[in-house]
Ligand binder design. Sequence first.
Ligand SMILES: [Cu+2]
Length: 405
Amino acid sequence: MNRFEVARAVLLPATLVCVGCSHAESTDSIRLLEPQAQAATPLGTITTPPSDLYPIISPLVGGNSYAIAHPNDYDIARDPNEVPPTPLADGATVTFNVLEISTVIAPADPTTNPPVWSGAADIRANFLAFGATTSDPSVPSGFWTPRVPGPFLKVVAGRKVNVVLQNSSSNTNTHSIDFHAVVGLKGGSAMLTAAPGATAKLAITPTHPGLYLYHCSEAGTPRGIAEHMNMGMYGLMLVLSGSNEDNFANLVSGSTEHYVFEEDVFLNATGNFDEPKMLNTLTPDFVTYNGRVSSLVDHPLSGSRGAGNYVIYHGAGGAHIPSFHIIGVVFDRTWILADTSSRPLRGLQTVPIPSAGAAVMEVDQSNLIVNATSDGVVGTQLDILVDHASPYFRKGALGLMLVTP
Ligand SMILES: [Cu+2]
């Protein structure tokens, strides 16, 4: 029995009895995916930090099975700090590509710490990852490699963006892009659809300021949209106002910006989208930030207190509504439902983000108590991002925000 199984035996009764009837179900059928390694010790005996935080902060002090990328495999997670500093120029061309790749998202035994990668037994998922290139100099080199979520696009309302979708001939799927910021037939995907080896083009001119999802809608079928989003084909576009009085842009100017996307993942045995599981259970195998379980632990949101406030652009695409919370933080300003034209809400603890929706949160770093941590990381304020609904952070929706003096 491994440590996880021992803990489950301690924490769960042998059978769960339904209150309303005589139905009983063996706990063996309950598949808990354990992103934390506190399994070997009964919870009650863990009393002081950093012990109870160790599994979460362990990349800083030693390693965690869920919280590092496979050392010899493609890291599907996009760095949350990868937000272009300025918007695209009018008439810029953005050429999307799609990487179809199978990569490990968790070790076979999630309880080992540090992780033991076992090769064939590790849990693999098949991803469809948007990347892009552009000649626009506002996008630093090294950005926009194919990862999950797709490239963060920052544009100005009223400016034209020439979008090209190049689907490699080595791919096996037709892909498309539906921009929620684009008003018109299928958000442009009616024109931006490309079979393997084909290229599609469309000039778009977003009109409404806000933070918007884009995603593959494949050939437009409900199954195709769910499948390709489940496999990573989503991203965000921030549309700034074209006016000089852009309240939002002025407010966040000088802040550090971060990009987080939460998604439910339903996997079958071959690492593909499990549609029956989604339809019949609504119970995801994993809940990911930026493509992989706990990826924002080894890719934390990082910045310094002196650099300004933190702005977090957060999207969601899954079957449930994330309850975004940062432990030890109050969101000073929140543009709920990503409506950046309206006044922000103040003093929120948790932000709901609907599927195919987004939100913008700002954290005033001057409120944070750098150099007074109890987690053993001297000189760094460490805050933990979670989907506060516990089944979802237990299945992977957790990450870190680091603030240095
Ligand atoms: Cu696709």
